[in-house]
Write a protein that binds this ligand. Structure first.
Ligand code: HH2
Length: 272
């Protein structure tokens, strides 16, 4: 199995397919398994390196769903994609990850960075999966109430360094792990901006970095709506290109074709 930086050369696009009724920007759009699978195939054709399939919303204020419900949502989608579309499973639950890996998923994307389910690290290690460890302050239900840090970039880096060491101690090979600052997960708009501005602090950990700014509410707020719950495509692309230029490897996005086009040009301009 290739080290993650060879499997996903910089920049790679991860397309988002939320099989949920309540995701913050695409809730309900892909609830039907055939529609979700078709969206995933379109993302692959549009240049995504991998498609991140999730059956639980982690938007601010959300409560979470049972493993049975998550499986009910994602299994019919993964069955349709098996063997054709590279899949990442966006879950914090070992049972869901195990089933997804059996159905061909190659990456486990855990927004709790292996804190949510004590068995998830063993499942990922046993399958030899790629793993994304994401930073979150608090939990989705309450994380946006009053996020605070001493120094957001170094606090997030210290957390990810500790979770990386934990993952490796649990048997996940370091070369299969990528890290994510968790844009919008217990962060103000200013925290989110600073994390991208100072991405070098995360890059110093020596692992590829994933950034998911796509459609997030901070973008809408920056554009003048203090109550925004989403941000537009134009702003999402600007954030993805800026993150790429500061060293991000994988950009997690909802609108694949537009991001692939923008990143292709950004890469050419960078002389890569
Ligand atoms: N953001 C969301 C979900 N999973 N995973 C990683 N690694 N990084 C992210 O930034 C990230 C993530 C939230 O976005 P979305 O999946 O569109 O919404 P929801 O959680 O409401 O389903």
């Amino acid at each position: 199995m290739l080290p993650i930086e060879e499997r996903f050369p910089r920049p790679s696009v991860m397309g988002v397919v939320n099989v949920t009724p309540d995701s913050f920007s695409d809730g309900g759009v892909h609830l039907d398994p055939a529609a979700a699978a078709a969206a995933a195939r379109r993302m692959l054709a549009d240049g995504a390196a991998i498609v991140d399939v999730g059956g639980e919303s982690t938007r601010p204020g959300s409560e979470g769903v049972s493993a049975d419900e998550e499986l009910r949502r994602i299994v019919p989608v993964l069955e349709r994609l098996a063997g054709d579309v590279p899949v990442s499973i966006d879950t914090a639950k070992a049972e869901v990850a195990r089933r997804a890996l059996d159905l061909g998923a190659e990456l486990v994307n855990d927004v709790t960075a292996l804190r949510g389910d004590p068995e998830l690290a063993g499942v990922a290690a046993g399958a030899g999966a790629y793993v994304c460890l994401m930073h979150m302050q608090g939990e989705p239900r309450t994380m946006q109430l009053d996020p605070s840090y001493d120094d957001v970039a170094s606090d997030v880096a210290a957390f990810l360094e500790e979770r990386l060491a934990f993952a490796v101690a649990q048997g996940i090979r370091e070369e299969r792990i990528c890290l994510d600052p968790g844009i919008g997960f217990g962060k103000t708009t200013e925290h989110n901006l600073e994390l991208v501005r100072r991405l070098d602090v995360l890059l110093a950990l020596g692992r590829p970095v994933v950034v998911g700014f796509s459609r997030k509410s901070s973008l809408g707020r920056l554009l003048g709506d203090p109550r925004a719950t989403t941000g537009p495509l134009s702003a999402s692309i600007a954030a993805a290109v800026a993150a790429y230029e500061r060293g991000a490897t994988i950009l997690r996005v909802h609108d694949v074709r537009e991001h692939v086009e923008a990143l292709t040009v950004a890469r050419a301009l960078a002389g890569a």
